[in-house]
Design a protein around this ligand. Structure first.
Ligand code: JF5
Length: 271
């Protein structure tokens, strides 16, 4: 089966005179258009916590569009039986095309589905560098293939499992990108130093008390020696990644420095 080439999109490098954005802090907010038959489900989740504050604070412009509002039949149907037979219903192309064409979403426009390209931290970083993106949430047993091929720019999966619909997957994508927008996190800290940024899992973290039920916080973290603390943290991140996610280290063999750190800092009891 030959796949038609996707519509092309560039998240980081847009064509056209409106593309230029001044360097430094982002100008304008990040816009996200979402196509869903459960707008209230997403509204509920997006009005809580960090995302609600970002929307209220003008950093994030998330717009919900319900394809039922563009359904052409009296029952507001958005799904129908599959050609060829079989169980379940398929989301129809027409209401989704009509909704998208009427609302002109910011692109790239992604269809969330288990068959998509895996969403990961590097795509989150790519998307936050642009002005926004849009998401189509599939429901039922699937979505008419013409939506993927002729309406959307690409298909995204958040993992190898099947959801009842794309809404939970959309939340994952929105939250992962939105927290990278400067000002969305509760503090001024940029998330540059965190899991996946350097391709490693996070090191263990501790807070008070220094001893809890006999379990002590590693001495080095209470030493005040910041050079040594950073070395310890890197050693723990390396050890954890080697033990739990060796796939993350596959193409990069450890540097001599990292190997030395692993020897200098022994594994904790429950690494
Ligand atoms: C969906 C057909 C969409 O299940 C998902 C999903 C899993 N990973 N990423 C997305 O989306 C809902 C199910 C069936 C189309």
């Amino acid at each position: 089966m030959s796949e038609r080439p996707r519509r092309t999109y560039r998240a980081t490098q847009r064509a056209g005179p409106k593309a230029a954005r001044p360097a430094g802090p982002r100008a304008g907010m990040m816009r996200i258009d979402v196509y869903t038959v459960f707008p209230e489900y997403l509204e509920g989740a997006l009005s809580a916590s960090l995302l609600g504050k970002a929307r209220a604070g003008g950093l994030l412009d998330v717009r919900m569009h319900d394809p039922r509002d563009w359904s052409t039949d009296a029952h507001r149907s958005v799904d129908d039986a599959p050609f060829g037979g079989g169980a379940g219903m398929v989301m129809m192309a027409e209401p989704l095309f009509a909704a998208v064409e009427a609302t002109e979403p910011i692109r790239p426009l992604f269809l969330l589905s288990p068959s998509g390209r895996r969403f990961d931290q590097s795509l989150a970083r790519e998307l936050v560098a642009g002005d926004g993106f849009s998401l189509v949430c599939g429901r039922y047993e699937g979505v008419d293939q013409r939506v993927a091929e002729h309406l959307c720019d690409d298909e995204l999966s958040v993992g190898d499992y099947v959801l009842a619909g794309g809404e939970a997957a959309a939340l994952i994508v929105i939250e992962a990108v939105a927290r990278l927008v400067p000002g969305v996190l509760g503090n001024d800290e940029s998330p540059a130093h965190e899991s996946f940024t350097d391709g490693l899992l996070e090191e263990p973290q501790y807070t008070r008390p220094a001893e809890f039920r006999g379990w002590e916080v590693p001495e080095v973290l209470r030493s005040g020696d910041h050079g040594r603390i950073e070395q310890w943290r890197r050693a723990q991140a390396l050890r954890r990644t080697l033990a739990r996610r060796p796939d993350l280290l596959d193409d990069s063999s450890l540097s001599v420095e990292d190997q030395a750190l692993l020897e200098e800092f022994p594994a904790p009891e429950d690494g």
